[in-house]
Ligand binder design. Structure first.
Ligand code: PMP
Length: 354
């Protein structure tokens, strides 16, 4: 027998991780460069006896290091199994239809409505502005009837970015007792984090990931930065669900990754440079490219449906992401890989879509 709850669920569909053949995978915003070298050293010398015991349920050492990196207190940091888990805990802990609808952008990370349905939170999608940016004016107009707000900066799948002064303006004008979650999964690729605003706004929650900027999507590690009391609430949710969502190896690997700023700054710079090169080449070939501050670009070519672009590239062994959603059907989202990978895509695209 299945529960009524289960029958009502519509799960999130992640990008393909095909096992059948080798693809040039530019569909799930993975980083093309390896994680920092210290991780391979750790794995070579790791004493497997340590796996006999449960992992640290509060991720103490890792949280300390994350706190140091952001000049915060350890009590302001929460570690999770990927940032998806942190997001889902935030939805559970901070948003309640009793107080209004949750606000998020019309085109954004498609997990947000899934969590809303999962937890029974009503929501309202706020249209993007004419430049496909998150429209914080639109959020404010709906502020009174809302129970909180969430948006990604840079936004996904558009890649568009809001400068910090816009976010400050929004936080100053939105209700101080309602929670605002900023999903900074892609902040490492040229954006400025809102973490610096945490001292000023107790209702601000920042969710980040090791998956993109730190090349650790397969590890499943994310973290949240916010006020101490809100972190306690996230622990209450975690401890009502799973005592040990972050395993011992993940915590150790995270501790190494979070310290190696030099290595990660280098690969991020390469990705940013490749994004700019790829964007201008595509534009030269007549494509429409939204300005991106993420490790992907959202692009379209007049007269060619996004689905055709996706299918034709797939036939040639290149995977990109298409969203079959009214309003963005013409677009595909392309992850920024290495310069050689993007050059390959450019030459295939030139032949397929002259
Ligand atoms: N937020 C956004 C906007 C994303 O695109 C993703 C990746 N799909 C995530 C959060 C979750 O990333 P992860 O769970 O790997 O940390």
């Amino acid at each position: 027998m299945f529960s009524e709850r289960l029958k009502r669920l519509t799960p999130y569909v992640p990008g393909e991780q095909p096992q059948d053949r080798e693809y040039l995978k530019l569909n799930t915003n993975e980083n093309p460069y390896p994680p920092c070298p210290g991780i391979a050293d750790l794995l070579r010398t790791f004493d497997t006896e340590r796996l006999r015991l449960y992992s640290d349920p509060v991720c103490g050492r890792l949280r300390e290091r994350i706190a140091r990196k952001h000049s915060l207190l350890k009590e302001q940091v929460f570690v999770s199994n990927g940032s998806d888990e942190a997001l889902s805990f935030c939805f559970y802990a901070f948003f309640d239809s009793l107080y209004g609808r949750l606000l998020f952008p019309e085109y954004t990370y498609s997990f947000y409505p899934v969590y809303c349905d999962f937890y029974g939170i009503t929501y309202e999608r706020i249209p993007l502005d004419r430049e496909f940016r998150v429209d914080l004016d639109g959020f404010l107009k709906k502020g009174d009837g809302s129970c909180g707000a969430i948006f990604a900066n840079p936004n996904a799948p558009t890649g568009t970015y809001l400068a910090l002064d816009r976010i400050v303006w929004f936080l100053e004008n939105y209700h101080r007792e309602k929670i605002v979650v900023i999903d900074e999964a892609y902040i490492d690729f040229g954006g400025e984090s809102a973490a610096a605003l945490l001292g000023q706004f107790q209702n601000l929650v920042i969710v980040r990931t090791f998956s993109k900027g730190m090349s650790l999507a397969g590890l499943r590690l994310g973290y949240t930065l916010t006020d101490k009391e809100l972190i306690k609430a996230l622990f209450t949710v975690k401890d009502s669900f799973n005592s040990y969502p972050a395993d011992t190896l993940s915590q150790l690997i995270g501790e190494i990754a979070i310290e190696d700023d030099l290595y990660y700054a280098k690969i991020r710079e390469k990705i940013i440079a490749t994004r700019e090169y790829f964007s201008s080449e595509l534009e030269r070939l007549g494509w429409f490219v939204l300005p991106s501050r993420a490790n992907f670009v959202f692009v379209s070519k007049e007269g060619i449906p996004g689905k055709d672009i996706y299918l034709k590239l797939k036939e040639k062994g290149i995977l990109v992401r298409h969203f079959d959603v009214e309003g963005i059907k013409d677009f595909v989202r392309i992850t920024i890989g290495t310069r050689d990978q993007m050059a390959r895509l450019l030459s295939v695209a030139t032949c397929l879509f002259p």
